[in-house]
Write a new protein. Structure first.
Length: 78
């Protein structure tokens, strides 16, 4: 399983930096992903982000947050 996790880490670290216009949205993905709505995505599109950029950043942040939580759990259990 470690190889798959290492691969995820590499993918996330290779993503381009998030556009500043998406900062609040990505924070919401990290902390309250269940609250994301179409309106959130529409606002990013209005700010000039493409659907591909939004998708890539959303998935990247979600994976990074999942890995952060996994690492934290490992610290506590280990």
């Amino acid at each position: 399983m470690s190889d798959a996790i290492d691969e995820l880490r590499a993918i996330v670290s290779a993503l381009p930096p998030a556009p500043p216009a998406s900062a609040a949205y990505l924070e919401k993905v990290r902390n309250r992903a269940y609250a994301i709505t179409d309106a959130d995505v529409d606002e990013l599109k209005r700010r000039g982000l493409s659907e591909d950029e939004i998708f890539e950043q959303t998935v990247g942040v979600a994976i990074a947050e999942g890995l952060r939580r996994l690492d934290r759990a490992a610290e506590i259990l280990g």
